[in-house]
Design a protein around this ligand. Structure first.
Ligand code: ZN
Length: 277
């Protein structure tokens, strides 16, 4: 049997707006409902940003708590991952919701240019967020937007600021950062195996690259991430009807290769997370 696939659903993000696709969930109740549909479709890991009522990105622990509680109630065993990134959030605020002890949180291990801004992750901030995750027993998902970030993750391991085995996400297709190229992903995975042999991995393709990268992940033995944070279409022709619509497409890609979507128990075991309470 081929290894099951943990399908992450990035339901909201900090940029994608309802005006781009009305299916983007903004309020906590919309987010919980959208996550539940994605869970039923085969997603076992939800990546969460929260928004203020005016749709701007928020670090409000109250909103994160509400979303987490709803997901835990309606999606038994699903892995909850909070974003500590996102534009429009003060760096001092980004670690604020970690005390809520989600299963995981994203941790970008360096700075990078995006299309028009710097995604700013200075070394002291990376250390501080890693330290907070250790303190609250939150597993980081290492976000690799550029190659150096992989080695920075190894450095965090060597300094005891994160624990092995790590889970690493490669992000491809953002302007000014890594392009979406299959041979580049193959190189990144080979380098990951060299630098951190016990790490698990996933890659996210942004915009029109979303399902192309999902296909490569399925073929190369990785996990998959899809969702309205990363793009609003399932194909050039068709706008996604929902996050679940995108998860269904990911499940089809896996099935064609003889891989099944992981159950919550399998997902937790593969990512070395404790069983759900
Ligand atoms: Zn995100």
């Amino acid at each position: 049997m081929s290894k099951p696939v943990v399908i992450t659903c990035a339901i909201t993000g900090s940029q994608t707006r309802k005006s781009m696709n009305p299916a983007v969930p903004i309020t906590p109740s919309e987010q919980i409902e959208s996550t539940h549909e994605a869970f039923e479709a085969g997603s076992t890991l939800v990546h969460v940003h929260v928004r203020n009522p005016d749709e701007t990105s928020s670090s409000d622990p109250g909103l994160f708590a509400q979303v987490q509680e709803g997901i835990r109630r309606h999606c038994p065993g699903m892995i909850v991952q909070f974003s500590t990134g996102g534009r429009g959030r003060d760096s001092a605020e980004r670690g604020k919701p970690l005390h809520l002890r989600p299963d995981m949180a994203s941790l970008a291990t360096g700075s990078v240019n995006f299309a028009t801004v710097i995604y700013d992750n200075a070394p002291p901030l990376v250390d501080e967020l890693a330290q907070a995750m250790l303190e609250f027993d939150v597993k980081p998902e290492i976000e690799v937007f550029d190659l150096a970030m992989l080695y920075n993750a190894r450095d965090l391991l060597d300094r005891g600021l994160v624990k092995a085995p790590l889970h690493v996400q490669f992000v491809m297709g953002i302007k000014n950062a890594l392009p979406a190229k299959r041979h580049l992903l193959e190189f990144l995975v080979a380098e990951l195996h060299d630098v951190m042999p016990d790490a698990t991995w996933v890659a996210a393709g942004v915009g029109r690259h979303q399902f192309e990268v999902a296909q490569w992940c399925a073929e190369l033995g990785g996990h998959i991430r899809v969702g309205l944070e990363d793009g609003v279409r399932v194909s050039r022709e068709r706008l996604a009807k929902s996050n679940a619509d995108m998860v269904e497409r990911a499940v089809e890609i896996c099935a064609a290769l003889g891989r099944a979507a992981a159950t919550p128990e399998q997902a937790r075991e593969m990512l070395s997370l404790k069983a759900a309470a």
